[in-house]
Design a binder for this molecule. Structure first.
Ligand SMILES: Cc1ncc(C[n+]2csc(CCOP(=O)(O)OP(=O)(O)O)c2C)c(N)n1
Ligand SMILES: [Mg+2]
Length: 377
């Protein structure tokens, strides 16, 4: 049986020891910006705790995949983007939506299946969409978002925009054809897209080494397509931010107005973010495949926790006081509580909505021959 101790964090990474970088992007962040990143991670943590609670109370139906443990991946990577850089991800998507700036009320209401949700309650937990914040979902089919990531990159290149697309995927998507087809087309067309592997070591209950050939060498996946590769510790938000800061700017090189739209520059990249999910695959997973005792202790003593790590760093370096940290956490708790209240009090999505915002077949046989389908007008 695989346990957390079978697979310590360090063995999941293929990173060779590198000399410390002289200048890291995170060195230029102000204490205020670091607190802002901490606040975003705390919001995700407290929000997800409330989701788990509401799910157990059967207020949320369907599937629900909790992001706790992986907060630094969404926050560290998205912090390195511009607000209009598009992102797309899989079904474990509440964290990305919140990190991107989605209103927590709309996010929670979506899970409750309420009309006030970001997709009018018709998508649920796995389908968080927020076009104004350039969040293109939330996709339930493993690897299904990979071609969409290439599409987002292609749109940027075609429209000669100064943007970069991020496409997140779990380690379970590594063996899907859609992932490899997307990496291939991104490479041959030099698309401004970064494929972000959220390597939490498990797809459902299957440890990565049991399901993925060459799981100890993620660089080989990028090499197969002649693509740039990087990796970072996804339990350390600053390391994640540094990694994305350098790669996002390189990828932006092919589309940047400042750098002269040179399609031979920049191009795609594959980033292996080594992370950990604390809870089961979904709310219905008791995690019998992990040694819970060891794992609980690791979480408690803060040896792996991304939030505790940043808190400790801010306090040790006197960039923040305990009082500021407590205030941030209280705000996060408050926002999560308000989101639950908002979702509780919002009306259900009415039945008529079943037929809105869906694809329409203009040749629907239910319509008389020769007459246009009125829904298609
Ligand atoms: C094509 C496809 N096959 C199987 C499933 C069932 N399934 C849902 S989640 C999942 C595991 C994916 O794990 P991973 O990509 O590592 O993401 P994580 O849950 O760790 O975030 C599987 C096999 C699916 N949704 N789509
Ligand atoms: Mg996984």
């Amino acid at each position: 049986m695989s346990t957390a101790t079978d697979q310590p964090m360090s063995t999941k990474s293929t990173k060779s020891k590198q000399a410390p970088q002289a200048i890291r992007a995170s060195d230029a962040l102000s204490p205020q910006q670091k607190l802002d990143m901490l606040g975003r991670m705390m919001l995700i943590r407290r929000f997800e705790e409330r989701c788990a609670q509401s799910y157990t109370q059967t207020k949320i139906g369907g599937f629900c995949h909790i992001y706790i443990g992986q907060e630094a991946t969404a926050v560290g990577s998205i912090y390195a983007l511009n607000q209009d850089d598009p992102i797309v991800t899989a079904y474990r998507d509440h964290g990305h939506a919140l990190a991107r700036g989605m209103d927590p009320n709309a996010c929670m209401a979506e899970m409750y299946g309420k009309i006030t949700g970001c997709a009018k309650g018709k998508g649920g937990s796995m389908h968080m969409f927020d076009k104004p914040n350039a969040m293109f979902g939330g996709h339930a089919i493993v690897g299904g978002q990979c071609p969409l990531g290439a599409g987002l990159g292609f749109a940027i290149q075609y429209n000669r925009e100064d943007k970069v697309a991020l496409c997140y995927l779990g380690d379970g998507a590594l063996n899907q054809g859609a992932f490899h087809e997307s990496m291939n087309i991104a490479a041959i067309w030099n698309l401004p897209v970064i494929y972000v592997l959220e390597n939490n070591g498990y797809s459902m209950g299957t440890a990565i080494h049991r399901g993925t050939a060459g799981s100890d060498n993620m660089k080989a996946k990028a090499d197969a397509y002649g693509m740039r590769y990087d990796e970072c510790n996804g339990m350390d938000v600053m390391d994640t931010y540094d990694c994305f800061s350098r790669q996002v700017e390189l990828t932006r090189g092919s589309t940047s107005k400042a750098q002269g739209f040179d399609q031979d520059k920049g191009g795609p990249c594959f980033i292996n973010v080594v992370t950990d999910r604390y809870m089961g695959h979904s709310m219905s997973d008791p995690q019998k495949y992990r040694d819970k005792k060891v794992y609980d202790q690791m979480k408690k003593d803060g040896s792996i926790d991304p939030i505790l790590r940043l808190v400790e760093d801010l306090i040790d370096t006197k960039q923040a006081t305990q009082e500021q940290i407590d205030d941030l956490d209280n705000q996060a708790k408050q926002q999560a509580m308000e989101a639950v209240k908002f979702a509780d009090e919002s009306p259900d999505t009415p039945l008529e909505e079943l037929f809105t915002d869906v694809y329409v077949n203009p040749f629907d046989p239910q319509h008389k021959k020769g007459e246009p389908n009125p829904d298609f007008a």
